[in-house]
Design a protein around this ligand. Sequence first.
Ligand SMILES: [Zn+2]
Length: 186
Amino acid sequence: MNSQLSAPTDKQWRTIVNNDHRADSQFWYGVTTTKIFCKPSCPSRLPKRNHVITFASPQEALQAGFRPCKRCRPLDRIVSNQVWIDETDHILQTRYNQKLSLHELASLVHGDPSYLRHTYKKVTGITLQQKLTQIRLEHARNLLVCSTHPVSQVGAKVGIPNTAYFISLFKKQYGKTPLHYRHDQH
Ligand SMILES: [Zn+2]
């Protein structure tokens, strides 16, 4: 057996068992019975631990004669957390005016909901909900200045149909009510 091939450590094995994508750029694993290699987060059926070996890079797996898994595509560009956050922000920017659950959002960026929530906060310093509210209020501010829609409609158009709630969020963010804000801009 090639000396470069090594069995997973307990920690590596746990990330494979949990499909933990935080380890995706740290190691890759191959299944000796199928000669296929995967990212730790691969959702395919869990192989037997004694059939698993690990690689430090996808190249190493290829050199050892393993083929990339069609499911997790370990040769694809490794998505860093920042890229993932940017994708998330892009979706928030385009869908801010709709109802969007954490689960829907996570599935749109191909991630686990609780891991997305955790990573987003860790990388950006604010929660997903805070970010979504910021985006909605920025759009509301533009609508207040550039349109004549009543305040209730402005709230509804940016995804906050509860007018009282919209006013209180707006005031908290900008220090004045939507109506005052509109008047002060004209
Ligand atoms: Zn895979």
